[in-house]
Write a protein that binds this ligand. Sequence first.
Ligand SMILES: Nc1nc2c(c(=O)[nH]1)N[C@H]1C(S)=C(S)[C@@H](COP(=O)(O)OP(=O)(O)OC[C@H]3O[C@@H](n4cnc5c(=O)[nH]c(N)nc54)[C@H](O)[C@@H]3O)O[C@H]1N2
Ligand SMILES: Nc1nc2c(c(=O)[nH]1)N[C@H]1C(S)=C(S)[C@@H](COP(=O)(O)OP(=O)(O)OC[C@H]3O[C@@H](n4cnc5c(=O)[nH]c(N)nc54)[C@H](O)[C@@H]3O)O[C@H]1N2
Ligand code: SF4
Ligand SMILES: [Mo]
Length: 734
Amino acid sequence: MLFGRTQKNPIKIADKQVAEWKYAACGYCSTGCSIEVGLNADGTPVASRGVADADVNRGKLCLKGIFEHELFTSAGRGLAPMLRNHWHDQWQPTQWDTALDKLHDEIRRVQAKHGPDSFAIISTGQMLTEEFYTLGKLTRGLIGTNNYDGNTTLCMSSAVSGYKRSFGSDGPPGCYEDFEHTGCLIAWGSNLPEQHPIIYWRMKEAQEKSGFPLIVVDPRVTMLAQNANMHLTITPGTDVVLMNAMMHVIFKEGLHDQRYIDANTNGVEALRTEVEKYDPVTAAKICGIDEDTIRVVARTFAKAPAAMQIWTMGINQSTHGSDGVVGINNLALITGNIGKPGGTSLSITGQCNAMGTREWSSCSGLPSFRYLEVPEHREEVAKFWNVDPEFFPKKRGMLQTDIYQAMEAGQIKGLWLIATNPMSSLPNTARIRRAMEQLEFCCVQDCYQDTESAQYAHMYLPAGTWAEKDGVMTNTERRINRVKPVTAPPGEAKPDLWIFNRVAERFNKAGKVNFPEQAGDIFLEMGQLSKGRLADISGMDHALLEQNRGVQWPYTATQREQGEAPPKGGKRIYTVDGTFSYPDGRAKLIPLPFIDNNEVPDEKFPVWLNTGRLIEHWHGRTKTGKIGNNNKYSPIPFIEINPDLAAELGIQRGEYVRLVSRRGDAVAMAQPTHRVPKNMVFLPFHFHDCANRLTLGLLDPHSRQPAYKQSAVRIETIADQVAAAKLSMEMRKF
Ligand SMILES: Nc1nc2c(c(=O)[nH]1)N[C@H]1C(S)=C(S)[C@@H](COP(=O)(O)OP(=O)(O)OC[C@H]3O[C@@H](n4cnc5c(=O)[nH]c(N)nc54)[C@H](O)[C@@H]3O)O[C@H]1N2
Ligand SMILES: Nc1nc2c(c(=O)[nH]1)N[C@H]1C(S)=C(S)[C@@H](COP(=O)(O)OP(=O)(O)OC[C@H]3O[C@@H](n4cnc5c(=O)[nH]c(N)nc54)[C@H](O)[C@@H]3O)O[C@H]1N2
Ligand code: SF4
Ligand SMILES: [Mo]
């Protein structure tokens, strides 16, 4: 029998002529896949493939990883340092020495004029850990500003804050292997198949074997929700109410684990008193999940021999973000689901090295989960770095979102932005623009020179990215993996580590503080500083990490000396009674009263605006917007809109519409779909000058993370579709 293709040219996959494969961990999401990049005989990167014996991805990669080698030659890369007097002026290329002298002088000038904390430094979750550590040492030990934070405040700070409040320390207790042991999985506000495709694959494979029920809580019918046993379309921002109601049912029906609670927690009485108020009938009216479903979910979760919860931005990016995390931890603790196989509360982190920055950047304190507020921690680190402990602030300074407000108010006059792009990613772009415009000096250090934020900079420093650099990253399950330099940064661009070390020289003229040049040596220094801490990595080195395709912390020098192999598969923390990080070893059960303080739809702005991500794109698209195979799937901004709402408003598929909020407006193409309810639109935030012109981003009181997912808009039709299409092409930018 003949089939069509046999009569035409057969499909041929071009031979990429790979001469050598080089190892790296993926530089996009926090899954932590091991990649090999193929180089041809000229040393040009031409292919990427998954590493078969890596425990995380077992040979697989997603759509972003598979084209990651194309980054090295993508458009818009910065090739030389650049300077200008005012952000209106033309850029002038300059030498590294000139730029770095100027950076040093401007930092000191602004600090001398307006005080040490008037110069802010904001970094990222997308550099290598040795870079974070070096920048932390430079900032805390030499520059001396307390307004130093990372973009992780937009992303993981609610998880960090919630873990600290519940367990006494940051640090996700579970691992991917838990999927293989669990009897029930609740996913709160997480679209795993699109945002962490390989974790999804691990989860799905485990589920197909054991058949555990998957319960998804998300107002949108995500790809994960489509695969769920139960999908709870929660009213945005009310997850805490559902959690309280589930606890109400669990206590009322005696489904809690009293032995675990007695042995490992404090505060159960206050929690019981609070959740008493959240009977399912009352709660249903607030959170939009009917009373029977609340009971069924509570029972299914509590009765499972081991039950697991994961969550991502649907929880963290809320005015109740930190409370949502504590609520998840409360549910886990009262049912004894922490530290046992398949029983865990696992925050799915976001950026490739969001964990690395939490552990080592000193943004929220001092290295290895130490606190500025604890005198012994200040002493330990000051001695280790050879700096004066009195130079350290006695408490943490502003978080990233507060720094922009201080810029707007004129308190902060200078800014060094490293690997983050606030003009695209912060809520309420108009306010961020005002804040950026007022700076006396702004330096942007980015691997691309065409970012929205660089438009407001006086200095641009071209950095290497991902596998143009040398170091490590930590993934969602605390696995530290190796990134090896596959190729050199283009033009005059330099690895971020090189830049930090050159800046350090300028602040460290007497050579008092040691700044090792090689990432491998820095890693060993970090190992020393981690001894005896929760995240003890003293048994690891770069070679061991590569051999094992990543090792989960902790792995101590003593374990290694005694011949104990690095942990394989799944490693958990808090596995034994009384091992939480509070002084008495107990976790805290914390009551969570609910106050509804979100912007909610009303007559003028009747539709929820929900924002988030697509599988093919990465954040502001500085990377994926330039890779054809990623960009082609969604090259322009669009909204998911319910077909009934579209019909009511007279909007056809493919028409451009105008979205208006109290902050501003944006144009996007309408894609009618039943993925969203009639009172909600979903707008991916990847596009230039779009979603964040609209968002309000009220801040969580504990974590200062913005509520990106809850704002109100109205939708207007556009008569001149040609003009709208033009505008949309401009937003496309790349
Ligand atoms: N392809 C791709 N992958 C990525 C990224 C990327 O840009 N592109 N970014 C990485 C980063 S930094 C992060 S932080 C993660 C984010 O990963 P996710 O959090 O999984 O992704 P989002 O699309 O931001 O939001 C997830 C879901 O939250 C839901 N949600 C909105 N409001 C609520 C609510 O009130 N309650 C609940 N329960 N859910 C709600 C949304 O409908 C959405 O489906 O992805 C990482 N992975
Ligand atoms: N509306 C809305 N807004 C959101 C979110 C949302 O869900 N909705 N999510 C928020 C979340 S969770 C996050 S994490 C933030 C992300 O917000 P951003 O931090 O602004 O994210 P990116 O666009 O990835 O910016 C990273 C920048 O670093 C550069 N870069 C990449 N690698 C390197 C490197 O190795 N060195 C240097 N020097 N530069 C590098 C990139 O070119 C890019 O310009 O967005 C937040 N904003
Ligand atoms: S799942 Fe994440 S880490 Fe793995 S290849 Fe995709 S983007 Fe990279
Ligand atoms: Mo994130």
